[in-house]
Design a binder for this molecule. Structure first.
Ligand code: SF4
Ligand code: SF4
Length: 355
């Protein structure tokens, strides 16, 4: 089980696709429950991911949490601005750090605020210099102004990140102006080029950490939950007021609400399954795609066109990997590896797999 734990509803950025801090009436900025209330929910084999708001605004809570619970893996999703002040004792225990960055300086600063790109990279460099050797993931939000090939290549070229992952900002924002133009003229050709070069590198004994390729490969050979992020079946989020929800983004939506930590049991969570309906339950891609995202599957804020756009992008990516599976297998066997050695993530570290 993955538990995504809000440490605060407050954020120290106001990115244009997100809007910054939550209304404290909806997600309080301070944690309102006692850690003892989680005793029966969290087990040693679980993964805990700290989340917010900006989770590092409440380091004391993170430290207390880590001191009280023993779990299999610790994860954090951060905007990176406070990484330089992260207590060494916390840093050393983190298995995955996901850092938000969208691509080059111009693009990142446009959406996240001036100076963000440099500050984030300085901080990531600092924790590397201090010896942090866990998994650092660049977590991109992809908008109409992104160019998938340019931006992923840029982040790979920096040499600081073990993996690059992206989520396309479909549905959350106002409808894109040139949705299909972007899909057909940027995303699909960019993905194709990125994938061809990923295969070439693989044949040269280099495994580039591109999470959506490795994640889709994982789904093809191992399967996994639907949606792939595990929301509502293998992943649950605990808000600062002790509410448990299925998707960390859906803090007010009724379908996401499960109950309070004081009234639900581990068994309740283990027997849950998210409400996935048409068109996904009748789709040939369902086993791999898994409906992509529970939030967009239920909310459909861009209507039918949005569903079509999501499906087009997901299917294109899945086909790329599926159609080349033999080439991937051969490249791996040349290094005495199997397909399983190439998959990512090893555990649910909040990388949602299908962008
Ligand atoms: S491709 Fe579209 S319809 Fe098929 S499972 Fe994915 S989101 Fe659902
Ligand atoms: S992929 Fe969708 S359902 Fe899963 S955590 Fe993200 S927003 Fe929620």
């Amino acid at each position: 089980m993955l538990f995504i734990v809000y440490t605060t509803g407050r954020c120290n950025l106001k990115c244009s696709y997100c809007g910054g801090s939550f209304d404290p009436e909806i997600v309080p900025w301070k944690v309102k429950y006692s850690l003892n209330d989680l005793d029966d929910l969290i087990r040693e084999e679980d993964v805990v991911a700290f989340y917010g708001g900006e989770p590092l605004l409440n380091q004391d809570f993170i430290r207390d949490f880590m001191d009280v619970f023993t779990v299999d893996k610790w994860v954090i999703q951060t905007n990176g601005l406070l990484l330089h002040r992260l207590d060494k004792n916390i840093l050393e225990r983190l298995d995955t750090i996901l850092v938000s960055i969208d691509g080059n300086e111009l693009l990142t600063d446009k959406f996240r605020g001036s100076g963000t790109y440099r500050k984030v990279l300085d901080n990531v460099r600092k924790i590397r210099r201090e010896g942090y050797c866990g998994d650092i993931v660049a977590r991109m939000t992809v908008t109409e102004e992104s160019s998938i090939y340019r931006d992923v290549k840029h982040l790979l070229s920096i040499g600081l990140f073990d993996h690059i992952h992206w989520q396309i900002s479909f549905i959350w924002s106002e409808p894109w102006k040139n949705l299909w133009k972007w899909i057909n003229q940027d995303y699909k050709p960019g993905l194709l080029r990125l994938f061809s070069e990923w295969l070439d590198e693989l044949e040269n004994d280099v495994v580039e950490g591109i999470a959506p390729f490795q994640g889709v490969l994982k789904r093809i050979i191992e399967g996994g939950p639907a949606p792939p992020c595990g929301s509502g079946s293998e992943s649950f989020t605990i808000l600062t007021d002790g509410r448990v929800i299925s998707c960390p983004i859906a803090v007010s939506e009724k379908w996401s609400h499960i109950g309070s930590i004081r009234e639900i049991s581990r068994k309740d969570l283990e027997t849950m399954s998210p409400p996935i309906t048409e068109p996904c339950n009748k789709c040939n891609y369902f086993e791999v795609c898994g409906a992509r995202c529970l939030y967009t599957h239920i909310e459909r804020l861009w209507g039918e066109e949005g569903v079509k756009a999501i499906c087009e992008c997901s299917r294109y990516l899945i086909n790329l990997v599926k159609d080349n599976i033999e080439r991937i297998r051969e490249a791996a066997s040349g290094r005495n590896l199997t397909l399983r050695d190439l998959v990512y993530p090893e555990y649910n570290n909040t990388v949602e797999i299908v962008p």
